[in-house]
Design a protein around this ligand. Structure first.
Ligand code: SAH
Ligand code: SF4
Ligand code: F3S
Length: 460
């Protein structure tokens, strides 16, 4: 597509694009949030700027998530509410669009177009077609080209960037919709990622990068490359301070990667490593490909490799036919693993997955009760784990000012991904500064610190 730019209009093909506003609502995981950043970067080339106000928008987009039924329901009701808007174009992208585009277009008469997860980088074409008068179309084909050139054109407004390194998931855990909504695994080449991150550091002031993928530690398998190698190369980029990656599968945590957690100076001290259940029989039914013993062995090796490592996890409560003993095994596991935090969910049946076809005897009430027990157990452990922060000094990146219990405080993030709050007496703006703070109190859910010193926006 050729672009001719003038301040008022952009001429694209046969159409003229005056300045317009796009409202974009994102659901789901960091991958989806990053896809939304990509969508906005593409649309800026069609003269769209983002707005938070639906009433002000010319184009309404929903970037959807299908992981649990609740996420789906929220989106359906939001989409239903947009029927009242006239003279707007409405599009749906993301994981629900990937599998359900036809049904959505049929059911919601005011919806103009839909496109799947692999069509994000073709969003300009979609919007062009909508403004050219085409209606009710869907694009859900898998993209073979893998064009990531938009990564370095995203406007960040912060020193933190997400970079996609692998798409899709080949694991097919029995409960999960992601392999259907994101397709097969496909890694980017290592040198391409290194070049992108170098550009982001040198031209966009990025200091912290999060490498993204649904199964990020299986990165590189298709090309004889690996996440450990990628981290080792990224580490050499001068000016880059911090490297994070998410989300990992325990099956693909290699010894090489564990070693890098010990040797890397820039890799975050936080690892999110979802276990899902503390019962081997449930893990088997989930098709997770590891045992609790293997998982705990990994945790031990990781903690030996990097004694400062902080590990968090995901748990699913009430997997089909989970017995009381199997549930108890998860409660016991939490005590053993001592996670820094967990995301926990009641099992949600996803159409098309193996678990959805299981003859399940559990009901919502049992699932809810087990979920609450898991959360209560974790909060108890978390309070103890977080108490260990008190009296220690952390170098943190200040993200924003927030109202905390009616007081204005700075919210900052530690290298190990914990949030701390602190105040300063002077009125200086510390946003995106690196500062040292000393933790004075910590509970399971909040951490208060004292300001020590600021190093400004760039560390040497
Ligand atoms: N790729 C990541 C997880 C991505 S989905 C991994 O394998 O760990 C994020 C989390 O959502 C999962 O870890 C799981 O805990 C939860 N989840 C996925 N499908 C679910 C379902 N059907 N019901 C409840 N929780 C689910
Ligand atoms: Fe889903 Fe399993 Fe893939 Fe994670 S590894 S995205 S839980 S299928
Ligand atoms: Fe949801 Fe799709 Fe992410 S289902 S969790 S947005 S990969």
């Amino acid at each position: 597509m050729e672009l001719t730019t003038n301040p008022e209009n952009k001429q694209v093909g046969d159409l003229s694009f005056p300045a317009r506003k796009v409202w974009l609502k994102t659901y789901g995981c960091q991958m989806n949030y990053h896809d939304s950043e990509r969508i906005l970067a593409h649309l800026s080339e069609l003269n769209f700027t983002p707005t938070d106000d639906q009433n002000d928008a010319d184009l309404l987009l929903f970037n959807t998530c299908a992981i649990r039924d609740l996420a789906n329901q929220k989106f359906y009701s939001h989409l239903g509410e947009t029927k009242k808007f006239k003279d707007v174009k409405i599009g749906v992208s993301g994981c629900i669009a990937q599998t359900d585009s036809k049904e959505l277009l049929k059911k919601y008469k005011h919806l103009n177009f839909a496109f799947g997860t692999d069509a994000v980088d073709n969003v300009k074409e979609m919007v062009y077609r909508a403004y050219a008068g085409e209606d009710k179309f869907a694009v859900t084909s898998w993209d073979k080209t893998g064009d990531y050139s938009i990564e370095t054109k995203i406007t960040h407004g912060s020193p933190q960037a997400f970079v996609n390194i692998i798409k899709g998931c080949d694991k097919f855990c029995s409960y999960c919709i992601v392999p259907f909504t994101r397709g097969r695994e496909k890694s980017r080449r290592l040198q391409e990622v290194v070049d992108d991150v170098t550009k982001l550091v040198q031209h966009s002031g990025i200091q912290e990068v999060t490498l993204l993928g649904q199964n990020v530690n299986s990165y590189g398998k298709d090309n004889g490359e690996s996440l450990a190698q990628l981290i080792t190369e990224l580490e050499k980029i001068s000016g880059l301070q911090l490297i994070r990656y998410t989300t990992s599968h325990p099956y693909d945590v290699s010894d090489e990667l564990i070693a890098v957690h010990g040797t890397s100076k820039k890799l975050s001290n936080h690892l999110h490593l979802p276990i899902q259940s503390g019962s081997n029989t449930v893990l088997q039914r989930m098709l997770r490909e590891y045992t609790v013993e293997h998982y705990l062995g990994l945790v031990e090796k990781l903690r030996k490799s990097n004694p400062n490592i902080v590990i968090s996890s995901d748990i699913i409560a009430g997997f089909p036919n989970e017995t009381q003993e199997e549930h108890q095994a998860t409660l016991d596991l939490l005590k053993q693993a001592r996670f820094d935090f967990i995301y926990s969910y009641a099992f949600s049946s996803r159409p098309g997955t193996k678990a959805a076809r299981m003859n399940d005897i559990l009901d919502d009430e049992v699932r809810g009760q087990r979920l609450r027990q898991i959360q209560a157990q974790q909060i108890e452990i978390q309070a103890e784990v977080r108490q260990e922060m008190v009296g220690k000094t952390y170098r943190v990146l200040v993200e924003e000012k927030t109202a905390f219990k009616n007081e204005e405080k700075w919210k900052a993030r530690t290298n190990c991904n914990r949030i701390v709050h602190f105040q300063t007496s002077a009125g200086e703006n510390l946003q995106w500064n690196w500062v040292d703070v000393k933790v004075v109190s910590a509970t399971a859910l909040s951490c208060q610190a004292e300001f020590i010193t600021s190093y400004g926006r760039f560390l040497n």
